[in-house]
Design a protein around this ligand. Structure first.
Ligand SMILES: *[C@@H]1O[C@H](CO)[C@@H](O)[C@H](O)[C@H]1NC(C)=O
Ligand SMILES: *[C@@H]1O[C@H](CO)[C@@H](O)[C@H](O)[C@H]1NC(C)=O
Ligand SMILES: *[C@@H]1O[C@H](CO)[C@@H](O)[C@H](O)[C@H]1NC(C)=O
Length: 456
């Protein structure tokens, strides 16, 4: 555990327009959040319709210490679990209750002030989903606020392919092939960034995967050399390809695709739901609509606390709107959501393969560089080729991991890869899928996988 490097801000798929709220702009690291907290908890006894937005009526104080790496101890000596959620907030499970809150921040213009020793009003309920209450909280000791400035938006700027870039990629390596995509030509540049995960999603300090343990090495030996949930003894367990369009909803698509695949696996394909991503975009308070969100909070926590509805209950529009999900649509739940490895920062390639084969596809996130937009086929790795025309922002994009293998077309240089489902439609990549180098944390893809387990 000692060598574990945990504490890095990773955001997923948010689209941050500096003037508008996005994935929350807070930037709170593990170091900022760990320590002793006092929660001020409101009246219990509500259901999940409880609105905590303007909560200001605390009833009791509750003191809890958040310790390395995932241990929590309360004022009575009860032990529990906690995890950072990217750089956005944290979740605590202790004494049969869960507590989740976003870290506190203020934004004026492009200036963001993170107050990581405080939280916005959060949600608490027991582990059975009953007795909801709102809570506030602050650390015992005041910390300095953190200030950063969002990059300005490039409004009115249109994307244009850089033909030289494509040439440079294709001449410089033969692992993957780049092409020009007509559908991206003249696309609004901000829409494109949003599609790729969003401006805010950049990782400033890359989280490192946890070291692979002896036990994990042992478990790896019993895994097949290649695996693909689209073809397990002739059966496909992955739901159909979709297109998120220019809404920053990759977190919802990857999260729900995980739940869809896992329902198929649990029922041997006799149930094949397609869940409503628009319900997430419009109705979830655990995410920020087309401005972003995180698989841990959607495929995991939202699916447990509120459940998922079928696509027909709220068909995809690809834009923000008031919640219009058909009332009383049946809801399907998931549980035991987690960062693979147990908590934020504990993930690695071995755990991803072990859990993938055992339980099914999972939501992952990776850094998108300008060369990735041109991916057509092969095993992607970031080439470093420079794009002269487009001031592309590095983003972090949520997608679905479905398999792995090894490309031996060059016998002298075999390449291990992951098989990943994107959300950009069939006209992109290997029919909306791509392969990416495996085992080297390429573009940080091995650092923050998320999984949850459908309740049948
Ligand atoms: C919660 O209340 C706030 C105002 O305090 C309102 O803006 C928001 O729409 C409410 N959320 C829901 C889900 O009703
Ligand atoms: C977030 O905080 C980390 C560590 O405190 C820092 O290195 C990083 O640059 C910050 N990110 C932004 C966008 O300010
Ligand atoms: C699962 O479905 C496949 C394909 O229909 C079938 O061949 C197989 O026997 C089923 N497995 C079980 C355990 O029912």
């Amino acid at each position: 555990m000692g060598a574990l490097v945990v504490l890095v801000p990773v955001f997923v798929c948010l689209s941050v327009l500096s003037q508008v709220g996005a994935d929350t702009p807070a930037n709170c690291t593990y170091e900022d959040v760990k320590g002793t907290w006092v929660f001020q908890i409101g009246q219990e006894g509500y259901t999940n319709t409880l609105n905590c937005t303007s909560f200001n009526n605390p009833q009791v104080d509750y003191k809890v210490e958040l310790l390395f790496p995932d241990l929590a101890i309360d004022q009575f000596g009860n032990k529990g679990f906690w995890t950072l959620i990217y750089n956005q907030g944290f979740e605590l499970v202790i004494g049969g209750r869960k507590y989740f809150a976003f870290s506190k921040y203020k934004q004026s213009g492009s200036t963001v002030v993170s107050m990581c020793d405080q939280i916005l009003p959060g949600w608490s309920h027991d582990v059975l989903g009953h007795n909801w209450a709102c809570f506030l909280g602050a650390k015992n000791e005041r910390q300095k606020v953190k200030v950063h400035t969002d990059l300005p938006r490039l409004t009115g700027y249109k994307y244009q392919s850089d033909i030289e870039l494509i040439k440079t990629i294709n001449q410089g390596q033969n692992s993957w092939k780049a092409v020009q995509y007509p559908q991206f030509e003249n696309m609004d540049f901000e829409d494109m960034i949003r599609m790729a995960g969003g401006r805010k999603s950049r990782i400033h300090n890359k989280p490192s995967p946890a070291p692979i343990t002896q036990e994990q090495h042992q478990q790896l030996k019993s895994l097949p050399a290649e695996f693909d949930w689209r073809n397990v003894d002739g059966s496909n367990f992955v739901s159909p390809i979709r297109n998120q369009a220019s809404c920053g909803s990759c977190y919802a698509f990857s999260s729900l695709a995980m739940n869809e695949a896992r329902v198929r696996i649990l029922t041997n394909n006799t149930r094949q739901p397609v869940f409503s991503t628009q319900d997430i975009v419009e109705c979830s308070e655990y995410s920020q609509g087309c401005e972003g969100g995180f698989p841990y909070l959607i495929g995991g926590k939202y699916a447990e606390d509120f459940g998922l509805v079928e696509e027909s209950c709220n068909p995809y529009k690809g834009r923000d709107d008031a919640c219009s999900t058909v009332p009383n649509c049946p809801r399907e739940y998931s549980t035991r959501y987690e960062y693979v490895g147990g908590f934020y920062g504990a993930c690695n390639e071995a755990l991803m393969r072990i859990n993938l084969v055992k339980y099914g596809p999972m939501a992952v996130a990776f850094e998108v560089y300008n060369d990735f937009m041109h991916y057509k086929s092969g095993v992607y790795h970031h080439t470093g080729a420079v794009n002269k025309f487009n001031p592309f922002e590095i983003t972090n994009h949520a997608v679905l991991l479905v398999g792995y293998g090894t490309d031996t077309s060059d016998m002298n240089n075999p390449k291990d890869y992951w098989i990943v489902k994107n959300g950009w439609g069939t006209g992109w990549g290997e029919d909306d899928y791509f392969r990416i180098l495996r085992g080297v944390d390429e573009c940080s893809i091995e650092s923050i996988a998320v999984q949850s387990f459908p309740v049948m």
